[in-house]
Design a protein around this ligand. Structure first.
Ligand SMILES: [Zn+2]
Length: 200
């Protein structure tokens, strides 16, 4: 079939790059957005534009927020001796929902992956190390990266780096009990709460 709309093809291509979207769902979303009623598309466009302009990384924990310092980092009632390291803001949200953890966070926005050629310099490791070097209150770093090869590589790197820049800080990892290869985002709150208390 000849290309009917190169513009539509470009839209499908752009959507295909989003996580979890294959070619079929990308096409369906594109066609839905371009259906006769285009109010949905207009609303999405406006919301996306505002989000791209407004949402930034918290200066301290690197999570996505509208503020310079996010509400969790700014909350004086949080336990400032603990930092929990997660891959994504979605993982952070899962841990918050367990209500088992009252410390602070650091969000890497990625994992080290030798296979994909992603090194420590490509995720926000430097920002994390600078933070723990400067922040004298931190006593424990709790690594909550997933139990996947990438999550393991990242945890291993963090443990080694922490031992050299801040050897006084205790480094623990969210205990197993969370099935290997399963993303935190899809793990139930009780299992995560158990893993937080069972950490080694
Ligand atoms: Zn923050």
């Amino acid at each position: 079939m000849p290309t009917l709309s190169p513009t539509l093809d470009d839209l499908v291509d752009a959507l295909k790059r989003l996580p979890g979207l294959g070619p079929r769902s990308a096409s369906r979303i594109a066609e839905q957005l371009l259906s006769d009623d285009r109010r949905q598309a207009a609303k999405l466009l406006k919301t996306l534009e505002r989000a791209v302009k407004t949402v930034k990384h918290c200066e301290l924990c690197n999570t996505l927020t509208d503020e310079v310092v996010c509400p969790i980092c700014a909350d004086a009632s949080r336990d400032r001796t603990k930092i929990c390291i997660v891959e994504t803001p979605a993982d952070q949200r899962v841990i918050e929902e367990t209500m088992a953890y009252r410390g602070l966070y650091f969000v890497l926005m990625g994992l080290i992956s030798p296979v994909k050629g992603i090194g420590a310099e490509d995720i926000n490791m430097q920002k994390l190390l600078e933070r723990v070097k400067k922040d004298k209150l931190v006593r424990e770093v709790l690594i909550a990266t997933p139990f996947t090869p990438e999550g393991d590589a990242t945890a291993h790197f963090i443990a080694k780096a922490m031992a050299s820049v801040a050897p006084q800080i205790r480094v623990t990892r969210l205990a197993r009990g969370i099935p290997a290869g399963v993303e935190l985002e899809y793990t139930d709150a009780n299992t995560i709460a158990g893993a937080i208390f069972g950490r080694r």
